[in-house]
Design a protein around this ligand. Structure first.
Ligand SMILES: Nc1nc2c(c(=O)[nH]1)N[C@H]1C(S)=C(S)[C@@H](COP(=O)(O)OP(=O)(O)OC[C@H]3O[C@@H](n4cnc5c(=O)[nH]c(N)nc54)[C@H](O)[C@@H]3O)O[C@H]1N2
Ligand SMILES: Nc1nc2c(c(=O)[nH]1)N[C@H]1C(S)=C(S)[C@@H](COP(=O)(O)OP(=O)(O)OC[C@H]3O[C@@H](n4cnc5c(=O)[nH]c(N)nc54)[C@H](O)[C@@H]3O)O[C@H]1N2
Ligand code: SF4
Ligand SMILES: [Mo]
Length: 707
């Protein structure tokens, strides 16, 4: 038995781990208490990493569907040959846009996953590249940079005296935007910070784990975050709590924002947001009078309608309170594996990442966001004949059957394809409907770097882990699969540092070096610097310091770019009542799953098998529904069955349910065993963000019936 140092990739946090390996197989995992960032922390999901690798459900070979519908195992080379032949005929007949590629959550957990997907799509020349980012929080990724950004970076959590979280529960999710709570032992970190004087404000319709620790908890109504934020800005301006000097020096459009929030007096805003006016005023004062710390959102408000407007108001509140690192300070989020950018005390060039000039979808006027097409249009692009119809989909580490809006429509779209390929470790809901399943190596069997988690590191921390376990079959890394397909089809894979070598498969470090070109330390540098013990390395001497502004640059934040702040006026006068649908269903994450992953692992399944509908006990009593009863929840789009669970965390009128549970077909009724997908209640063609296409996956208008 040998013990190896590595890091977990069950989720994006990349906790430092020690893994015992016997005969090539991982047998036990535990936190690495020597690590300077994680100090031994792990969560219950990560502790199942050995079982996940050795699970009897794990695919040890690629699978090809036969004429009788059953799968037969084949070698990886044979599976790639077959896929390439079928793609070739689709591309020859219909052109490259007929092939779509989707990177789901587990494409991100492989450090070369999304880079390889982008390179593959670039080489092929398809506009149909999708990732789960556009089902997640696209507004903050793609819409806020057009107002400008601060080159020196936002304040980071370690120096903050206030933290304002809106619809984000990082104690469970280990996710919060940079500047908010990092995912390293998040519960202890937050409690320690509070002990040291941090003020915490939380807005969430559910009294979440972080809400329970908050100095001020605002139980905002689902989808009404714009009212809450406009009310807070109203108080900030009225009381003159914004940073006048900073706004004078760096901000245009302040008057337009002040005018737009003027109708949102504390009373008006609080009534619309469903909170007490005094609490809203207290929160505004607590946030704006603190000296450092940011306001940010999680998935909740992004999915609850008005994602772009909410992201704008959050950006505006940070800007007017100048929550940025200043000249001479260490810049936040230093990042070792991301191309270095200037870190000066000045506004960066505003960046437009969508709209005119970007590849367009055939649907809803939506265009690429950055490099990707919004997931909103994928089903329609597959279902609708005409130029550019998608006829083949390669889904990598994703599960569209349970994760995308409108499950029935997505199922029809996938079933109608000429070719569906899934890269998956098991017969998950989407994988088992595929024509071909490519079985990949799992994380402990691959080399990887910490390029995903570094968006949360407050110091230049970096890791390169080699593969430490053997693959239990003929399995390869995702980057090698895409390389193998590109080579067979005869196109290259453009990477930031130049074209990927196509003669022979480059090793992963070479691929990662090309992918991260321009970064402060290359992946192979980090590998070489740490090869003696495989520990993390902190390049303290490469931590960028915020430099002086360039006197020749006159850039300012523009708070009136695009449709803002006019969109606030439309929101103010919109009628949000939905006849017949008195309840709002909100999304949430659970400790014992990572989206659809985890239900097959014994310890996680034992903790929770289903995704209950959490409902306030008074609501249940009024409806005559017993705690634990099977209920039917209906939206304008569809219905879903669920187990009712009385919960005092919920305010009246709200149901909270996790997504990505359940199945379709003959397993669809096993509610207490596997749960159900809330995306049966969601449509991507009504209630979607006009820029990002984000559908209403939270704050869904529903009604409750006894099943
Ligand atoms: N209603 C509603 N819908 C939502 C959300 C919501 O809150 N509410 N959340 C949205 C969000 S934030 C996201 S990110 C998406 C998620 O959308 P997806 O990423 O499409 O869904 P997942 O369930 O994460 O799919 C992960 C797949 O990877 C497979 N897998 C597990 N381990 C590995 C591995 O090591 N390698 C590979 N290649 N595959 C592996 C799993 O078996 C599973 O099939 O869902 C979105 N959908
Ligand atoms: N254990 C675990 N960890 C995960 C995942 C998982 O499935 N399980 N999924 C991963 C993924 S893909 C992602 S994107 C991240 C997401 O990370 P988070 O965004 O932190 O996700 P949640 O824990 O669901 O927290 C969202 C909160 O928003 C609240 N909310 C819902 N609607 C609204 C609204 O309209 N307004 C406001 N203000 N709040 C609202 C919900 O009640 C919930 O508490 O987590 C990641 N981490
Ligand atoms: S938080 Fe994420 S990375 Fe850390 S142990 Fe849990 S699953 Fe693994
Ligand atoms: Mo996500």
């Amino acid at each position: 038995m040998k013990t190896h140092r590595t890091f977990c990739r069950f989720c994006h946090a990349n906790c430092a781990m020690l893994v015992d390996v016997e005969h090539g197989r991982a047998t036990a995992v535990r936190g690495d208490s020597d690590d300077p960032m994680f100090g031994g922390y792990t969560c219950i999901k990560g502790r199942q990493l050995a079982e996940a690798h050795n699970s009897p459900e794990r695919l040890h070979a690629c699978q090809v569907r036969q004429v009788d519908g059953a799968f037969a195992p084949v070698s990886t080379e044979a599976a790639l040959d077959e896929i390439a032949t079928r793609l070739r005929s689709i591309i020859d007949k219909h052109g490259p846009h007929a092939v779509a590629i989707y990177g789901g959550t587990y494409a991100f957990q492989n450090s070369a996953g999304v880079g390889a997907i982008a390179a593959f799509a670039g080489g092929l020349g398809t506009r149909n590249i999708y990732t789960s980012v556009t089902l997640d929080q696209p507004a903050k990724v793609y819409t806020t940079l057009r107002y400008g950004y601060w080159e020196g970076g936002m304040h980071s959590f370690d120096t903050a005296d206030v933290c304002f979280m809106i619809g984000n529960n990082p104690i469970v999710s280990h996710y919060a935007p940079p500047g908010s709570l990092p995912p390293f032992s998040p519960s202890r970190r937050l409690r320690d910070a509070i002990k040291n004087g941090l003020k915490l404000i939380v807005a969430d319709p559910r009294e979440s784990d972080v809400a329970k620790l908050a100095d001020i908890y605002l139980p905002v109504l689902p989808g009404e975050d714009p009212a809450l934020l406009a009310g807070i800005l109203n108080v900030v301006f009225r009381e003159g709590l914004h940073d006048h000097n900073f706004c004078g020096a760096h901000v245009d459009g302040l008057d337009a924002l002040i005018a737009a929030v003027a109708p949102f007096t504390p009373e008006v805003a609080a009534a619309r947001a469903g909170v007490a006016a005094e609490e809203l005023i207290k929160a505004a004062r607590m946030f704006a009078t603190a000296s450092r710390g940011v306001v940010s959102t999680g998935t909740g408000p992004e999915m609850a309608g008005n994602g772009t407007l909410t992201a704008y108001l959050v950006t505006a509140l940070n800007i007017v309170c100048a929550r940025f690192c200043q000249e001479g300070e260490l810049s936040s989020i230093p990042r070792v594996f991301t191309a270095a950018s200037p870190r000066r005390a000045q506004v960066g060039v505003p960046i437009q990442m969508y709209g005119k000039g970007f590849p367009a979808s055939r649907f809803r006027g939506l265009t690429h966001l950055g490099f990707e097409m919004p997931c909103n249009v994928l089903a329609d692009e597959m279902l609708t004949p005409g130029e550019g119809q998608v006829r083949a989909l390669i889904s990598i580490g994703g599960n569209p059957i349970v994760a995308f809006p409108d499950q029935d429509k997505m199922t029809r779209a996938l079933d109608g394809l000429d070719l569906l390929v899934s890269v998956d470790v098991r017969m998950a809901q989407t994988a088992k409907r595929s024509d071909i399943i490519l079985a990949p190596r799992m994380c402990l069997e691959r080399d990887d770097i910490t390029n995903l988690s570094e968006w949360w590191y407050e110091v230049p921390y970096a890791r390169y882990t080699p593969a430490i376990a053997e693959a239990p079959g003929d399995l390869i890394d995702e980057y090698a699969m895409l390389w193998g397909l590109a080579k067979r089809l005869g196109f290259g894979m453009p990477l930031a540092g130049g074209p990927c070598p196509m003669e022979e498969l480059p090793d992963k470090a070479t691929f990662l070096d090309l992918m991260t070109a321009g970064c402060p330390a290359t992946p192979s540098d980090v590998r070489d610097d740490t090869a003696h013990d495989n520990k993390a390395i902190v390049y303290a001497d490469r931590h960028p310091v915020v430099g002086p502004s360039d006197p020749d640059v006159a850039r300012r934040f523009d708070l009136t770019a695009g449709d803002m702040p006019r969109a606030l006026d439309r929101y103010r006068t919109a009628d949000t009542a939905r006849d017949g649908f008195a309840y709002r269903m909100v999304s949430r994450r659970t400790r014992h799953r990572f989206n659809s992953t985890g239900g097959h692992l014994s310890a996680l399944k034992a903790k929770a098998s289903t995704n209950p509908a959490h409902i306030n006990p008074d609501d249940l009593e009024r409806l005559g529904i017993a705690d634990g009863a099977l209920i039917r929840i209906e939206s304008a789009v569809g219905w879903v069955n669920a187990i009712a669970s009385a919960s005092l965390e919920m305010r009246a009128g709200i149901i909270s349910m996790a997504h990505a549970f359940g199945d379709i077909g003959e397993d669809a009724d096993k509610i207490s065993e596997i749960g159900a997908s809330t995306n049966r209640l969601v449509s991507e063609t009504v209630d979607y963000d006009p820029i990002t296409g984000q559908s209403l996956q939270s704050a869904i208008p529903v009604r409750i019936a006894v099943a």
